[in-house]
Design a protein around this ligand. Structure first.
Ligand code: FAD
Length: 474
């Protein structure tokens, strides 16, 4: 009897229990094991997957094909027009290759979960294995058996459960047959943008993790908010595709800091918390399918009168708001496909609060640009910023872009890297762009070609608090 491992958001051979299960099934039944990846370009376009992320996926699928070939496993790639063609294509594939069992890692998004449920209901022998989070959705519940809606108690419970488990990544399966010939290049026929500035592969991800834990994690708490520093791991593109797993990350933390799950003074504590945020948002996505459908978590958010001014949104997208910290951040996103976390919070607050543009517009724009685009984290981050989310920032807390700028980029080195036209400006002018009259939006650029602020801070803050008070309960 034969099996197939269907790769989705787990493009790795190490710590991949579904791959191991597929190999064991074939071994037990003296059959063959194959591997499968399904490419759905029109679905990706519909879901706004960034061309740079598609390129990153393509590179990883090619690397995966090579790793699998060394294990004697052939990777088949099906190119489908759309997601809805999956069932027919998979059924054909199963018949063609005489497959008796399909193994895959479960995914948290609602469309993916519905697709899998339908396949199983229609008789596809699909076994799903939870390997997307270290603790699977549904395993971290409060005393009433409900999902946590606040991060801190979630993280405490998460750590207490994790501390009672052996956290040991599953080793890659042994070769099932002689190594296969070097696979042919796999090419996705769709809009892509080069991701070459990022190293690729499981080995690269592991090296980044090891290097970060050896040299940076202890300073993470102090460095992580400064975009000019290399203070964070930059593992998000790999975690988003499952090139490395959260279990591998946590196991690597524990190898250096065995007390990490139980000791709040552990130097790796803050970074571990970020991995737990990732899991928190994934658990929420599974528990509240409406999050996959762009609904406000807090239904009071449905009553917000967003301004949704197209010109202002465009200025934000292009990094031309006249607020250097916001513009440098957006240019970092547009140029590299990645943005520092502190800046994601700054620009999201600016869009949703200063400009009162619906968070869904920003979420979508991020998704269209990010190499680490991930529905759970992106939705969680945007709804947190807008104040509509679960455990969100309160609606009346409006980040002050001037304070954020002087506090987190004091010598303006990050800003000047992305806005060279400000090279000769004083720190004061950079951190405190001159206000314009409220009625003078989109004033002429100054003589260095850099735009004047498109909105006045004090007025915008008060306006945001008034409009977003729709979120006030009772
Ligand atoms: P590190 O600081 O090294 O953290 C390690 C890992 O923990 C990250 O790689 C990521 O997987 C996870 N993580 C860190 N912070 C968060 C967080 N706040 N929420 C969930 N997971 C987290 N992250 C994405 O991976 N994809 C997105 O599409 C995404 N969109 C965001 C949108 C907004 C508005 C905001 C405020 C945050 C968003 N984040 C997103 C979370 C965070 O900004 C990135 O994960 C982080 O900047 C990635 O850099 P890093 O790998 O160096 O992170």
């Amino acid at each position: 009897m034969n099996s197939v491992m269907w790769f989705r958001q787990d493009l790795r051979v190490a710590d991949n229990p579904a791959l191991v299960a597929a190999c064991e099934f074939a071994k037990q039944h003296q059959g063959n094991v194959r591997a499968l990846y399904i490419v759905t370009p029109s679905q990706w376009t519909q879901h706004d997957v960034a061309p740079i992320q598609i390129d990153f996926i393509e590179r990883h699928v090619n690397l995966l094909a090579q790793s699998l070939a060394a294990l004697g496993i052939a990777l088949d790639v099906l190119h489908l027009h759309s997601f809805t063609d999956t069932e027919a294509a998979l059924t054909d594939y199963i018949q063609q290759h005489h497959i008796d069992a399909v193994f895959a890692g479960s995914e948290p998004e609602i469309n993916e979960r519905r697709r899998d449920a339908l396949l199983i209901a229609q008789g596809v022998p699909l076994t799903l294995i939870d390997q997307d989070c270290l603790l699977a959705p549904g395993q971290v519940l409060n005393l009433s058996g409900d999902v946590y809606k606040v991060f801190t108690p979630f993280s405490k419970k998460w750590k207490s459960i994790a501390s009672q488990r052996a956290i040991v990544p599953v080793v890659a399966p042994a070769p099932v047959a002689a190594a296969l010939m070097q696979p042919e290049a796999i090419v996705f026929e769709c809009n892509k943008r080069s991701s070459e500035q990022w190293a690729a592969g499981e080995g690269a991800a592991k090296r980044i993790l090891d290097q970060f834990l050896a040299t940076q994690v202890a300073d993470y708490q102090t460095d992580r908010d400064f975009p000019a520093l290399e203070g964070t791991s930059r593992l998000s593109p790999f975690l988003a595709l499952g090139v490395i797993s959260s279990r591998q990350c946590v196991a690597a933390i524990l190898a250096r800091y065995p007390e990490a799950l139980v000791d709040d003074t552990c130097p790796a504590k803050t970074w571990l918390n970020e991995l737990i945020w990732r899991e928190f948002y994934r658990h929420l996505l599974v528990a509240f399918p409406k999050l996959s459908m762009a609904h406000n978590f807090n239904e009071l958010g449905d009553g917000i009168a967003w301004r949704n001014n197209l010109d202002e949104f465009q200025a934000w997208c292009e990094g031309k708001t006249g607020y250097p910290i916001v513009d440098a951040a957006m240019r970092q996103l547009n140029q590299t496909g990645w943005m520092h976390n502190r800046l994601r919070m700054v620009v999201a607050s600016f869009l949703t609060k200063h400009l009162l543009v619906d968070w869904r517009w920003g979420e979508r724009y991020f998704r269209q640009q990010l190499i680490d685009g991930d529905l759970a984290a992106n939705n969680g981050g945007w709804q947190w910023s807008a104040g509509t989310g679960c455990d969100a920032q309160p609606y009346f807390r409006v980040f002050n872009p001037m304070t954020q700028s002087s506090k987190f980029d004091p010598d303006a080195s990050f800003i000047k890297r992305y806005i060279p036209e400000l090279a000769t400006w004083s720190f004061k002018d950079i951190h405190e762009p001159k206000s314009v009259n409220v009625h003078d939006l989109f004033a002429q650029p100054d003589n260095q070609g850099y735009p004047k602020p498109i909105v006045e801070h004090k007025m915008a803050r008060l306006r945001a608090i008034e409009v977003l008070s729709a979120l006030k309960r009772g």
